[in-house]
Every structure is written in C-alpha cells, then in structure tokens.
Design a protein around this ligand. Structure first.
Ligand code: IVH
Length: 677
C-alpha cells in the first residue's frame, strides 16, 4: 500500500472516530441527536470495516470497541453489578434469518425457542431491589458505570417500590426501558414549546431528558413508563428462560408489553416481524425494531457475549423515520382557506422506505423557531402516514432569515396577518384562483366527497378551460368536457361521471368536511352531522345550539355560526342543492375511528368469521371495504385459497394481513402465549 493511501485511510479512521464520539455525546449527553440511528450505524460499520482491514490503525479506545453512553457529573455514579451491554443490529429479514441459522448451527439445533419483543425507543435503566424494596435506579451510562437516578426512577408511575410475591430473590437487578407514550410525548412537546420555544426531537430524547432531571418532581410530571426486558445480577432465585423471567416480573407488579411472542421456527419469527412492521404506527408507544432472544437461559450462557453485546440476541431495526438532508428551497403556497403556507423542497432522501423530497414547515413562526433557511442541512422525520416534517437544523449554511411574502403568490393581492392560535398570513381575496383550486382538490378528495378519479391534472385543465367556475359546476360537467382532457378515454370518463353522480349521495358529514369550514375537521364534521342531521338545521342553529355539543367549544361554535350566516356560503350551498347534492345525514352506527379512511379488501376463505362479519367490524371502526385491489387499498385480508387479488396486492405493495393480524389491528388479541403465561 502506498504511503498516500495509508494516510488517507488513517485520516478517514480519525474522522470517523471523532464523528462517532461527537454523535455519542449528542445522543446520550445532550439528548439532541443530529443524525438518525441508521446513519450512525453506517458510520460505525464503515469504521469497523476499516479497522478490521487495517489492524495497524486499530486502537483500544476506538468508539466501536466500547458500549456507547455517557456518565454525567451532575449525578452520583453507580457501578453496575454486571455490564449493561448493547445489542447487535440487523436491518433486513434476510440478515435476521442468517443470524437465526447461525444460532441454530452453534447450538446444534437443540434450541427450543426464541422470544420476540418490541424494541421500545426509550432509555435503558437498571433497577435494584433488595429484599423486595427498590433501593437503586441507574442509567446505562458507559455500560460499566451509570448515573444514580434512584429518586427519579421512584417517580415513574408503573415502577413498583415494593415487590409483593413469595420467594423473592434477596438481590434482584432488573433492566428495562423508560419511555413515554406517543400521546403524552405530543402533549409534553406542546407544553415545552409554549414555555421554552424548543421541542424534543423525538420521544426517546423526551424520555431521557425527563428522567435525568436534577429535580425529581419534574420527572414525576412527565408521565414516564417502564417496561422490563432483561436482568443483571440476581441472588436467591433462578429462572429457566426469558419468558419465565418476564412472567415472574408480571407477578411482581411490573407492566409487560402486550406484543410479546415465543416462536419455535424461523417462519413464526418472520410472520411476527411482518405483523409488527404493519402495526408499528398503531401502537401507543414508539418502537424502532424488534428484539429476538434465545429463550433458554442455559443456552444463552452457552452462546455468551462479545465485548459489546450478547450473542444470544439480535435487534431487527425498522427503517429509520428520521434522516438528514439539504433544504433546497422554501416554497410558499396558498391553501384553500387563503392561508399562505411555506413548505420545504428537499434533496431527495429515503425515509422509512419512501423517497422524500418535500416536508411541511407549518407556518412562518415555525421557520423562525427552527431558524431554518434555504441551503441548510436539516433533520427530517416521517411518522405514520403524516407528511414529513423538519425536526431541526443540523448544519447552518444560510445566515439570513427567511421573510414571509407581502403579496399572495397566486393573485398578488395584499396579505393580512391574522392572530389565531398561531400567527397566520392570509390572502383574503375571495376570488383568489389558487384558493379555489385548492378548495376543489379538497372537495373531491377521498375523505371529503370521495370522487374517485378526479385528480389535480383534471381539475387544472377544467379550470383553464373555464368549465368549472363555481363549486356546483362539478355536477354539471358533461361527457364531452371530460373526454377532451389529457389521458381521458371512454372508460375513465364513464367511471368519473359515475363517481361524480354517486358523490351527490354523500352523507352530510362528508359534505361538511368537504366545504372546508375553518377549524372543522373530519371528526367534528361527523359529530355535527349526527347531531343536527340536516343542512337546514345547521342554517337555523344558534351559537348556543352549537356549544351544547360537548365536543364543540366557543371557537368552533363561532366559526360554524359565521360560516352558516355568510351569504356567499348560502349561495354555494343553494347551488349544490340545485345540482342535487344530498344535505341529510343518514342514521348509521359508528363505534370507532381506528380505521378511519382506511381501505380494505377481503379475499379467500376466512375461518374465524364470515365476510359480512369482517365487513361490519371494518366499517364499525371507520374503514371501508372495496371489492377490488387498487393503489388506494391500505390492507388486504387474506383467507385460505386466495388467488388473483392477493397477486395484485403483492404487485402493488399493499399491506397483506391474515385473520390473526387483523385481530391484532382491531385490538382483539393479545399476542402473549397464554399457555406459557
Ligand atoms: S434486551 C444486553 N430487549 O435496546 C442487552 N433491549 O440497542 C439486552 N431495548 O440497551 C437488552 N427494547 O436498552 C432488550 N425488548 C428489549 C428492548 C431492549 C429496547 C434497548 C436496551 C438496549 C438497547 C440496545
């Protein structure tokens, strides 16, 4: 190797070591990471590879040789009875299968079972019980020594202070994860933003920041939770397996995770992985993967440890929800209510398996709060089906401040600055073409009047040709108007004409949502429609009539009253009535909202219920059942002997679930093996 190349390798190794140490500090010490876990892992992998190939440059102090972590000087220190290690990661089902095969081989196929548990995105902690009394709580720290957070741990609500079971071990050190539920995290971030102008980047940071408070009273207010996943030193009791240990913890009063399973084959593991990938967004806490462990403690012992992690366990990490990328441009657009909103055009990046090139910026205050501008490198996040958002700036390139425009980018009229719950910039020209276009797009959308096939391209062309000038014009469009549009042939035109006609029968709730009343979303539209039953009743309702509805406060009531009193609105609605649009809410039963707007297809023979029963369950949870698979299908439920629909679903990458997974989604089944527990 030439000197030059060696020098380059040395430089790269130095750089990677420094970067990894810096990112460790940001993650563990400041709770303020700049990069996602998978970006961190790829830097670590590169360093590991370089060190392996170039032993000359290896160093015992390399960050990949140690368990990452941090012990702050603001807490006393606690030495762990045995090191708190980390887990090796895999990122695909294939890599996980390889790990499984290696384990089976190393154990000469005498292994009898694996456990799979969600990998909760929280902060690890160790709890020590002596004679059943909680005596110490510590963070992982650097793996050998942690911070003494005993008083804070005592404030975590579901951690028992005394264990009340017979045959308690004299010394019992439990390890687990402190975390915060998604809804509590959202609320906490709103409060923190209001009081400090800053937010936690994710729920893990929130849990860690809340746990490591000097004042335990603050920890008490943060709604933290704990779940047990492993143990350290135990004196005076022996367990056979991980599942026995967890079962005992449950008896002791610890809350365990529902989604835990014992598997006996690779297929069972893969099936469970699939269920959990699909239900990740439905869980009330964040998980970033699954942990698979050899169940027998004797076999765990045989497999042993590397200096960083156990050989008997592996973490299968889900695709990252966060990534860093460059913000190329801030685009300003007019929404359907005239609000001018900025959005970010990004350098494309893959996030949770999807290519992302746009992110929301909410409003101009958000730009100011983030101190973000064109050219900066940003951390973005995509959670569930939500549009990606910018979490924070990680590298500032543009020192200037982004300024809101003075004129509407569509009609050029002046912009008004309004103070709602947050400051909004609004174009108040009722004839602003951008607003009308946005309103049309919203009106025909799936959760509004659901006119399937009425895309943005069709709307733009019909607007250009002046075929739509007021909302009700949609219902007077003729065959000839559609057939002239780009990509419209006979079948598409006929289908769209049918969809337009069917949409006239939409229930009042859909129409209310479609009309885009300020502050009134889908849920409130349903509530009002159910309560008032007809458009006539809404026109005649007083503010008091509205506030009598428990879900409606004074802001919503005022918005509704203003809307139904407005002359233009009355005109719009009269024109819709003249076009034959339904103004009544039919009597239906709605039980839940879990599947709101989600589209299902049923195929094959179901064994636990009839098609009609499945249909009813889906509808009762707010979902829809259609007979054919399309790009819009969210889930296909597959029974025995499924055929062409399943094939099409696979081609279109639709989420495929069986009846058991369907039970999980509907919350009917806890996956704990009842025979074992
Ligand atoms: S078992 C030797 N099980 O993930 C470590 N860990 O990336 C045994 N974690 O430090 C840990 N959920 O804090 C285990 N179900 C689970 C877990 C879990 C989250 C954390 C844990 C660990 C980290 C490794």
């Amino acid at each position: 190797m030439t000197l030059m190349i060696m020098e380059n390798i040395q430089n790269r190794i130095d750089y990677l070591r420094k970067e990894l140490i810096r990112h460790n500090g940001l993650y563990y010490e400041s709770n303020n990471p700049e990069i996602s876990d998978s970006e961190y892992d790829s830097l670590a992998k590169e360093l590991e590879q370089l060190e392996k190939e170039n032993p000359l440059f290896a160093s015992p102090n390399s960050p990949i040789k140690k368990v990452s972590g941090f012990v702050s000087s603001s807490f006393e220190q606690i030495k762990h009875s045995s090191p708190m290690l980390s887990l090796d990661n895999t990122y695909s089902q294939k890599e996980t299968a390889k790990w499984y095969e290696r384990i089976e081989k190393n154990l000469n196929n005498k292994n009898t079972g694996f456990t799979i548990e969600p990998k909760i995105d929280g902060v690890s902690a160790s709890l020590t019980y002596i004679n059943g009394s909680l005596t110490a709580g510590a963070t992982r720290g650097d793996g050998e020594t942690g911070e003494d957070i005993t008083e804070n741990i005592k404030k975590v609500k579901n951690i028992p202070h005394k264990l009340k079971v017979d045959n308690l071990p004299y010394f019992f050190e439990l390890r687990g994860e402190v975390y915060i539920d998604k809804s509590d995290f959202r609320k906490l971030n709103e409060e923190i933003l209001r009081s400090t102008g800053q937010k936690f980047a994710n729920s893990r940071n929130a849990a860690s920041g809340s746990l490591r408070q000097k004042n335990p009273q603050i920890t008490a207010e943060r709604k933290l939770r704990f779940f047990v996943h492993s143990f350290g030193k135990i004196d005076g009791k022996q367990f056979e397996s991980q599942s026995d240990f967890l079962q005992y913890c449950r008896k002791c009063g610890f809350q365990l995770q529902d989604n835990f399973k014992i598997c006996h084959s690779l297929k069972e593991i893969m099936d469970f992985m699939k269920i959990m990938i699909n239900s990740r967004d439905l869980l009330h806490y964040e998980i970033d993967g699954l942990v698979i462990k050899v169940n027998s403690l004797q076999l765990q012992k045989e497999l042993g440890y590397t200096n960083k992690s156990p050989r008997w366990a592996i973490a299968f990490k889900f695709p990252a929800k966060q990534a860093t990328t460059k913000l190329n441009r801030i685009r300003v657009q007019v929404g359907r209510t005239g609000i001018i909103t900025p959005s970010a055009i990004l350098e494309s990046v893959t996030l949770a398996g999807v290519t992302i090139s746009h992110a929301t910026l909410h409003n101009f205050e958000e730009i100011e709060r983030l101190n973000v501008n064109e050219g900066d490198t940003v951390l973005i996040e995509r959670a569930g089906d939500v549009i990606p958002k910018i979490v924070k700036v990680v590298k500032k390139e543009n020192r200037g401040f982004f300024k809101p425009p003075h004129n509407c980018p569509s009609c050029n009229s002046g912009i008004v600055k309004e103070n709602e719950e947050e400051v909004a910039y609004r174009c108040i020209n009722p004839e602003c073409p951008a607003q009308f276009r946005r309103h049309l797009i919203h009106f025909v959308s799936r959760n509004a009047m659901n006119i399937d096939g009425f895309g943005k391209a069709a709307i733009d062309q019909l607007l250009d040709r002046k075929k739509i000038q007021i909302l009700a014009d949609i219902y007077y469009l003729k065959y000839d108007d559609f057939i002239e549009l780009d990509l419209f042939k006979e079948k598409k035109t006929n289908n769209l004409m049918k969809a337009v006609a069917v949409s006239k029968k939409c229930p009042l709730s859909k129409l209310l949502f479609a009309l885009g009343i300020r502050h009134i979303g889908e849920k409130v539209s349903k509530i009002i429609a159910k309560r008032f039953k007809s458009m006539d009743a809404l026109f005649n309702a007083s503010i008091e009539d509205f506030t009598r509805v428990p879900e409606i406060g004074s802001i919503l009531a005022l918005s509704l009253k203003e809307f139904f009193e407005n002359k233009t609105v009355r005109n719009v609605i009269n024109n819709l009535i003249a076009a034959g649009v339904n103004m009544i809410e039919p009597e239906t039963e709605q039980f839940g909202t879990q599947f709101d707007g989600k589209m299902f297809v049923l195929t094959g023979e179901l064994k636990n219920r009839t098609r009609e029963q499945a249909d009813k369950i889906i509808k009762s949870l707010g979902g829809k059942v259609t007979s054919s698979v399309s790009k819009k299908t969210d889930y296909i439920i597959v029974g025995a002997n499924a055929g062409s629909k399943l094939k099409k679903a696979k081609e279109l990458n639709v989420k495929i679930i069986d009846e058991t997974e369907f039970d999980v989604l509907t919350g009917k089944l806890s996956l704990i093996e009842s025979t074992k527990f």
